[in-house]
Write a protein that binds this ligand. Structure first.
Ligand SMILES: [Fe+2]
Length: 291
């Protein structure tokens, strides 16, 4: 069965969201949705997610799944909004509980507000678990390394890889967030590179290196042959050195703190305080002279 795929590009975060469906009038999944957010004002809106809702309505689709490839650190997920609008369920890899645990400590979130057991999601996928999108058959592959909850959704010969791979000219995503590990990412990329060579790989991000045109689709064969960080013959130690050296040069992502605080809650905002206002926190690194 052929999956039908519609890509949506969110320019300000360089994210690609996907609607994957079996036929017009059939069933769909929305993968890696984005909530619009202005970090200077705290304003949130849903214009981008509403594009997917309009597409779903135009094609008379029932959305079975809102799927997250991982807890993103560069954009806020619209999963909670879409789930309510479309009466759907949110799926994520079971490693999300580790991510919740880690960031609850960093942001001092108490157990009453958020349990680190994944209960803000509807379903936690295990490795190799199967799922259905109408007539489409999906399978979940654990592909940790960028984060420890990263998964790939393999749907009828299409692998939605999240940040486990970038386009061949961009290589791989950073591994220096809490829970990231370059050696683990190497093994995950190899797992993807062992899929049938004609498997189509769909990216979650594209940063258009050198100003080239937007691109978000490649194949296992092409990635295995030409990915600048991991290709046929790349040794694990060599990849780890390249990845870790590059990570040392990277700044904190613009939306890191807002993203993880919302995304570990399945796309919900932190609880409002006693003045009925919700906030995003920024952990401060205070030099001794300021203490
Ligand atoms: Fe990411």
């Amino acid at each position: 069965m052929n999956a039908l795929i519609k890509a949506f590009y969110h320019e300000s975060t360089s994210t690609i969201s996907y609607v994957v469906y079996d036929r017009q009038g059939g069933h769909a999944a929305i993968i890696d949705s984005v909530l619009d957010f202005a970090e200077n004002s705290g304003k949130l809106w849903t214009a981008f997610a509403d594009e997917q809702i309009a597409f779903v309505r135009d094609n008379d689709l029932t959305v079975d799944w809102i799927l997250e490839t991982h807890a993103h650190a560069d954009h806020l997920s619209a999963a909670y909004y879409l789930r309510r609008q479309l009466n759907s369920k949110i799926g994520v890899g079971e490693g999300i509980t580790k991510v919740q645990k880690t960031f609850k400590l960093i942001f001092n979130v108490d157990d009453a507000e958020l349990a680190a057991n994944g209960d803000v999601f509807d379903h936690l996928f295990q490795d190799n678990e199967s799922f259905q999108i109408g007539a489409l058959q999906g399978q979940v592959l654990m592909t940790p390394g960028h984060t420890n909850d990263s998964v790939t959704y393999l749907i009828e010969g299409n692998a939605f890889v999240g940040d486990t791979l970038f386009m061949p000219d961009s290589g791989t995503a950073r591994c220096d967030f809490p829970g990231g590990d370059a050696g683990v990412l190497y093994d995950s990329v190899n797992r993807l590179h062992q899929l049938p060579p004609e498997t189509r790989l769909w990216m979650c991000h594209d940063y258009q290196p050198g100003g080239r045109e937007l691109a978000y689709e490649t194949t296992v064969a092409e990635s295995f042959r030409t990915n600048i960080h991991i290709h046929d013959g790349t040794e694990k130690a060599a990849f780890i050195a390249v990845r870790e050296n590059r990570d040392k040069t990277l700044d904190v992502p613009r939306l890191l703190y807002p993203s993880v605080q919302v995304n570990i809650r399945g796309g919900q905002m932190p609880a409002a305080e006693s003045n009925e206002q919700a906030y995003i926190k920024i952990p401060l690194s205070v030099s001794t002279s300021l203490k």
